[in-house]
Design a protein around this ligand. Structure first.
Ligand SMILES: Cc1ncc(C[n+]2csc(CCOP(=O)(O)OP(=O)(O)O)c2C)c(N)n1
Length: 661
């Protein structure tokens, strides 16, 4: 190893970060300057990674939870020798098309583990990564899976509520290979954190079952000693590193002026002079760069040793590991669901879709027992997503494949992202649809990143009944459908449930919501075409010979309402058809021709959904009839509520008759 003063190594990060923010005239120099010593120690002495192979399976994960400090990460990628992260990319920080966007995007830049920026998400996602590591290590052995998850958090990360959910879970699960480095600079945007905070973070983490200590975060020896201690702990570890934001900037260091704007030419020059950095923009001394590159190549030997160990595995185990990490589904899954649907045709299941989902889950878990990973935010008995064969996961039972998340919807959703990003599992998490509100920030990130996670969201309308309007979603379907790359399925019966589960599990480029009922529903389908009719979002469930006068569109529990309305219309001599719409946004994403053929051109178009109208105009037109919710719900038995809010076959029939004159 080339011997270079480690402070000069850290200064390389500081110089690049200052210059990039200065050139972009936007960004956050304070965090990279303050946390440069932490990052230098971690990346040169501890982190197991190979810059030439950023996706090697047994690498340590590093998550920059405080995504606004992105220049820290970009500097590290460049310095350690990530082939795509050139100096030119750093010069184009925050510019269109560059690999250096404002906040780190894992789907955009190689070497970034997860997308961060919304504070708190990174640490919560990292818990999922550390959990996946523990589970996979128990299954495949420590020779194949044995890595740490390091996270750099800021004050803001630890103020966000989701961090509490995350650290509670990590402590409870004894995720001792998770090590959180806290950039404790006591400054946020408004000024000192004392304006709004007086939490003792060391005590807070200790009370959640972590090892925690406070150190001088500008002292590289102290940082190294603390990480070495953390690696030996049998608990997850917090290292609270007291740092100075904007370290080295003579006037702005230690103040909120260093947080989120360019330092300005004078301060930048003065900072560089103080730190002994060349005034030439974007320059790194040769010896420092050489030393950084050596650090980046340090892990190549570990990777090669891992590859040799991996090669010793039997061919079946090797293929299984590779398949799992690539998120490919086993052939047994398609067969299991085919058999399951066949059984449903023979013995129809007239139950709530949450119950028919449970039946589908039993079949799925049999086909992929170790990778299908369910969990619930304390509603297991209501969400029905625990397979009969599944055992509860715990610190002592790492092979368990059902996770009790406690009442932590947000932490659960972030954890699902981390599990998926780590690889090896097809995770789903469950709660009531109404509480998607509590999970939404992580769900949005799932859609942005394209993580193939599944949300089992039961109690999906006023049909849940007595719990009343606090628990009855009305705007949630529309709100979730509005998220780009989020797939929302609201299946109408046991067959659609099986079809939607299949689509959800095979969708590994984005998340899927399964909105399921509490109340019983009849099995409406009498065939299971091989091409899975749910795949196009909507299909004709009840056809009519010739031209239809009325087209009825519905999702989920209201498909039954539409089917009954259709019967009544036909009895009155009015030709009517029913289109089941398990996924409105998927229908609207089909080619126009396909949409036209499904929507048809009946003079009267009626949509029925026990939710708000948003989105349906694209199917029924602005002048179409909508039978659904126009307000919050109410507390009463479900049957009374559907009548009270006018979501009945009679209401649909009356609307059609009125239109037809
Ligand atoms: C959920 C969320 N809320 C608000 C913001 C906007 N924001 C970005 S950084 C920040 C706080 C900065 O303080 P700190 O976390 O201590 O970072 P530092 O000042 O040390 O860079 C805020 C409020 C955000 N990114 N995410």
């Amino acid at each position: 190893m080339t011997q270079v003063d480690p402070t000069r190594m850290a200064n390389a990060i500081r110089g690049l970060s200052m210059d990039a923010v200065e050139k972009a005239k936007s960004g956050h120099p304070g965090l990279p300057m303050g946390a440069a010593d932490i990052a230098t120690v971690l990346f040169t002495q501890f982190l197991k990674y190979d810059a030439a192979n950023p996706a090697w399976p047994d690498r340590d994960r590093f998550v920059l939870s405080a995504g606004h400090g992105s220049m820290l990460l970009y500097s590290l990628l460049y310095l350690t020798g990530n082939s795509e992260m050139t100096l030119d990319q750093i010069r184009h920080f925050r510019q269109l098309g560059s690999l250096t966007p404002g906040h780190p995007e894992n789907f955009h830049t190689k070497g970034i583990e997860t997308t961060t920026g919304p504070l708190g998400q990174g640490i919560a996602t990292a818990v999922g990564m550390a959990l996946a590591e523990k589970m996979l290590a128990a299954e495949f052995g420590k020779k194949i899976v044995d890595h740490h998850t390091y996270v750099l958090v800021s004050d803001g990360d630890l103020m966000e509520g989701v961090s509490q959910e995350a650290i509670s879970l990590a402590g409870h699960w004894r995720l001792n290979k998770m090590i959180v480095l806290y950039d404790n600079n006591g400054i946020s945007i408004d000024g000192p954190t004392s304006l709004a905070d007086s939490v003792d973070q060391v005590k807070r983490f200790k009370s959640a079952g972590w090892a925690a200590e406070l150190i001088d975060g500008q002292d590289q020896k102290a940082i190294a000693a603390a990480i070495a201690r953390a690696q030996k702990s049998n608990k997850p570890s917090l290292i609270s590193c007291k740092t100075t934001i904007g370290f080295g900037a003579p006037h702005k260091a230690g103040t909120n002026k260093a947080h989120g704007e360019a330092l300005g030419a004078d301060e930048l020059k003065a900072a560089k002079e103080k730190l002994g950095i060349s005034l030439e923009p974007f320059s790194v001394p040769d010896d420092a760069l050489k030393s950084w590159r050596e650090a980046g190549a340090r892990g190549a030997a570990a990777r090669q040793e891992w590859e040799a160990r991996f090669a010793e595995l039997g061919p079946r185990k090797r293929a299984e590991f590779e398949r799992r990490l690539k998120h490919e589904r086993p052939a047994s899954l398609a067969k299991a669901l085919r058999d399951h649907k066949k059984k449903l045709l023979e013995n129809p299941l007239n139950v709530a879709t949450r119950k028919s989902s449970e039946a589908a889950i039993d079949a799925i878990a049999e086909a992929m027992p170790m990778e299908f990973l369910s969990g619930s935010a304390d509603l297991t008995g209501s969400n029905n997503n625990k397979a009969k064969s599944a055992v509860a996961f715990s610190a002592k039972v790492p092979k368990g494949r059902f996770i009790h998340y406690g009442i932590r919807e947000h932490g659960m959703a972030a954890c699902l992202n981390g599990i998926f990003l780590h690889g090896g599992f097809a995770p789903n998490g469950a709660t009531f649809l109404i509480f998607s509100d509590y999970a939404r920030p992580a769900m949005r990130l799932a859609a942005l990143m394209g993580t193939g996670v599944v949300y089992v969201m039961t109690h999906d309308s006023i049909g849940l009944g007595e719990d009343g309007p606090t628990h009855q979603p009305v705007e949630h379907l529309a709100a979730l459908r509005a998220i780009p790359n989020m797939r929302v399925f609201r299946p109408c019966d046991a067959i659609e449930v099986a079809e939607c589960w299949e689509l959800a599990l095979n969708r590994t480029t984005g998340p899927t919501v399964l909105a399921l009922t509490r109340q019983n529903l009849p099995q409406l389908r009498s065939s299971t075409p091989a091409d899975n009719p749910c795949a196009q979002g909507a299909y004709e469930l009840v056809a009519v010979g010739g031209e239809a006068k009325v087209s009825l569109f519905a999702s989920g529990s209201e498909v039954e309402v539409a089917v009954n309305a259709q019967k009544q219309l036909v009895e009155r001599g009015i030709s009517a058809r029913v289109v089941s719409v398990p996924s409105l946004e998927l229908l609207l994403a089909q080619p126009v021709e396909r949409q036209r053929s499904v929507i048809g051109n009946a003079p009267v178009k009626i949509a029925i959904e026990a939710a708000v109208r948003w989105g349906w105009d694209a199917v029924i037109g602005q002048d179409g009839e909508f039978i659904g919710m126009h307000s919050f719900g109410a507390s009463a038995p479900a049957k009374d509520l559907f009548k009270h809010f006018g979501i009945t076959p009679e209401a649909a029939v009356n609307a059609a008759l009125k239109r037809l004159g």
